[in-house]
Ligand binder design. Structure first.
Ligand code: SAH
Ligand code: SF4
Ligand code: F3S
Length: 434
């Protein structure tokens, strides 16, 4: 299984694998050894779709050697492109959209029995939410989907098309799932929703709120760390910050994308807030939770973005001082309001590149400055095991979700330990065990 895209896709891949394991299949390390290969796709930018097609190209070669190989495409691009994928890659056997991935075991069996292709991209289906607990990549830390789809209409964004309208899972069902996970050894849970602040708005018999959900999940005995993503500045309610004060296991981290600092661009993006409103929310977050780690997403080069607009975005980053900022060049997508309303993708690629490089460089500098201020602090780390870059060191996360690297001969995966920060770059903190 190859997963492209956001955390929701990471979770969906895990759920899809669990259904296959329930059916007696095992995960193997290399595609060469597999009977079934799957890609879980993303459509948010053109590059993400290109990645999927280039992977499919490699699978085509494997299928030449092994004609029984079943090739499946899941996720957002499957949903958006549907049968076009069969046209472009005729050797694909299964195209299953964002509401169908948990039936992948049936689809694989059908293909193996009949040799016929399967297209499953109907839009009315509800995502089956029962969680089978096998196939957990990391037992200690888990994602839980609380809401799927999105009711916003940000003009650049394809997600409402690929994932449909927003639906929330019942609060009790989520709490039950979290209890089971914690019972299985999970210590950290991240709740996922495209626009998590509006969690529960259509639930029956009564509306629920994100706050209620956080209090209920935080109460699960044995849960050490709780996080949630992603927040939308027009739906986030400052009252939510009270939950961070009340709940010791709710971690001080807010993924809170601004997208742009220019009011004109924000209007064209249909984001529903202004630069000033965003800064008010940032100030409120910092006042309520002084050590809050703020992360954001930013798009440069959106339709009609002038140098002045871009400067406002730089200003927003300068004032917010994000701990993590994910910065993207605008990539025009089919089925988005921008495309349908013919907002022209008129910022030349060189200009987009110049702007993204400029902003990334400043962002790195500011993040490094902020991280250096943490030298000398002692913080609690949740271990993730050997560092990818240097397996003689151990990697883990602080409460703000930053990577912290320490020297240790022991594997600290799944353990809590304390470390004093001794050095910092823009991307990581380094420390020693105390
Ligand atoms: N639901 C989340 C994010 C969804 S997509 C939210 O609303 O915050 C993740 C990020 O990809 C977005 O925050 C945005 O910054 C970026 N993105 C979305 N569409 C894009 C596009 N067409 N081109 C470039 N970046 C895009
Ligand atoms: Fe896309 Fe906007 Fe919905 Fe996020 S809130 S998924 S950016 S439409
Ligand atoms: Fe996620 Fe990409 Fe779909 S960001 S929701 S996998 S389009």
């Amino acid at each position: 299984m190859y997963t492209i895209g956001c955390q929701m896709n990471v979770l969906d891949s895990e759920l899809a694998l669990a259904t296959l394991e329930g059916d007696g299949l095992n995960v193997v390390e290399r595609a060469k050894e597999a009977d079934v290969v799957l890609v879980n796709t993303c459509s948010v930018r053109e590059k993400a779709e290109e990645k999927a097609y280039s992977w499919l190209g490699r699978m085509k070669l494997l299928k030449r050697e092994n004609p029984d190989l079943v090739i499946g495409v899941l996720g957002c691009m499957a949903q958006k492109e549907g049968k076009l994928i069969f046209r472009r890659a005729p050797y694909v056997d299964i195209v299953a959209g964002t509401a169908h991935f948990t039936k992948i075991d049936d689809y694989v069996r059908q293909v193996q029995a009949t040799g016929k292709r399967i297209l499953a991209v109907g839009r009315d289906e509800e995502v089956e939410t029962e969680r089978r607990l096998k196939a957990r990549e990391t037992r200690h830390s888990a994602y839980v989907a609380v809401q799927r789809g999105c009711d916003h209409h940000c003009t650049y964004c394809v997600v409402p098309n690929t994932r449909g309208m927003e639906t929330s899972r019942p609060l009790e069902e989520i709490v039950e799932e979290c209890k089971i996970l914690v019972g299985e050894g999970t210590q950290e849970i991240t709740l996922l929703g495209q626009n998590i602040d509006s969690y529960g708005k259509r639930l029956q018999p009564r509306r629920r709120t994100l706050s209620e959900l956080l209090y209920a999940v935080a109460d699960v005995p044995g849960l050490k760390r709780l996080r949630f993503i992603t927040s939308h500045p027009s739906d986030l309610k400052p009252e939510l910050f009270q939950a961070f004060k009340d709940l010791p296991n709710l971690m001080p981290y807010l993924h809170f994308p601004a997208q742009s600092g220019s009011d004109e661009v924000l209007k064209r993006m249909r984001r529903g807030y202004t630069f000033d409103r965003y800064m008010e929310l940032v100030a409120a977050a910092r006042e309520a939770v002084p050590d809050m780690g703020l992360a954001g997403d930013t798009i440069v080069g959106f339709c009609g973005e002038t140098e002045e607009d871009f400067e406002k975005t730089v200003e927003l980053h300068r004032r917010t001082r994000y701990q993590n900022a994910y910065i993207f060049m605008y990539s025009e997508r089919d089925y988005t309001p921008a495309k349908q309303q013919e907002l022209a993708d008129d910022v030349p690629l060189e200009v987009k590149k110049r702007r993204i490089n400029h902003l990334m460089q400043l962002q790195r500098q500011w993040a490094e400055e902020e991280n250096q201020k943490k030298i000398g602090q002692v913080t609690e780390i949740f271990g993730e095991g050997p560092s990818k870059k240097d397996p003689s060191k151990q990697e883990g996360r602080n409460p703000q979700n930053q990577v912290v690297i320490v020297e240790s001969g022991r594997d600290l995966k799944g353990q809590f330990y304390r470390a004093e920060i001794t050095a910092a770059t823009d991307a990581a903190l380094y420390g020693k065990l105390v």
